[in-house]
Design a protein around this ligand. Sequence first.
Ligand SMILES: C[S@@+](CC[C@H](N)C(=O)[O-])C[C@H]1O[C@@H](n2cnc3c(N)ncnc32)[C@H](O)[C@@H]1O
Length: 243
Amino acid sequence: MSTQQLAATTVVEADRAALARVSALPLDGFRDEHLATQLRRALASEGVADAGALARRLAADPTALRRFRRSIAVSVTGPFRDPHQFDLLERELLPPLLARPGRLRVWSAGCSDGSELISAGRVLSRLGGLERAQLLGSDLLEENVERARAGTAELPEAELRLRLRWERRDLLAGAAPGGSWQLILCRNVAIYFTAAARERLDALLAAALAPGGVLLLGRAERLRDAAALGLVPAGPHAYRRPA
Ligand SMILES: C[S@@+](CC[C@H](N)C(=O)[O-])C[C@H]1O[C@@H](n2cnc3c(N)ncnc32)[C@H](O)[C@@H]1O
């Protein structure tokens, strides 16, 4: 694909496949417009003429490869991002979960550097629920998982540090972490996914929810068909599996 062709918002299938192979990213799950934009930028920043040359550059240059992978898997995050969602968690979503006995398993799916899960852990701590919580963050990029691990080691709160686990996981590969989850956060992850990939992800998240469990999506996201997945609305961008 030439730079000129890339002005279009679609990506030639063979280019997508070549870049997926070399980057080890699930590019078939990402929207054409996102891919075309990031390709255009990569061609310019790497100084190569077409997707074939870019694939060869990525295969030969780990730094370029890392740049490309980061550009596709946009990792913007931060502590208490979209604070009203953490207010919702603290005031409405977590208290009913904490009113029930037993472990509280929380999964941040697409956790980036871990800020989201650590923020949720701090809310749980304020609510007195941290001691029985198990907190897992997963992300597509190993480097994000490593950042989350390194950040955890620096946390001042020993109780929170103890409860956090991180793992690499591709949400488009079709498997959730084992067991069922009382709270799943999957915010701002599916923004760049195709409709088909979002549908697969919705089903995967819904199936991983425990009875009574809550799924919180990003502030611009919603499930395509909550009822078909057996979920009911629990608040803005939040869904519950009836107990
Ligand atoms: C914009 S960040 C959102 C981080 C956090 N959830 C938040 O809202 O602050 C999107 C994250 O999703 C991850 N991601 C993208 N595609 C993924 C996939 N197929 N499987 C797992 N994580 C993915 C990216 O690596 C990135 O860390």
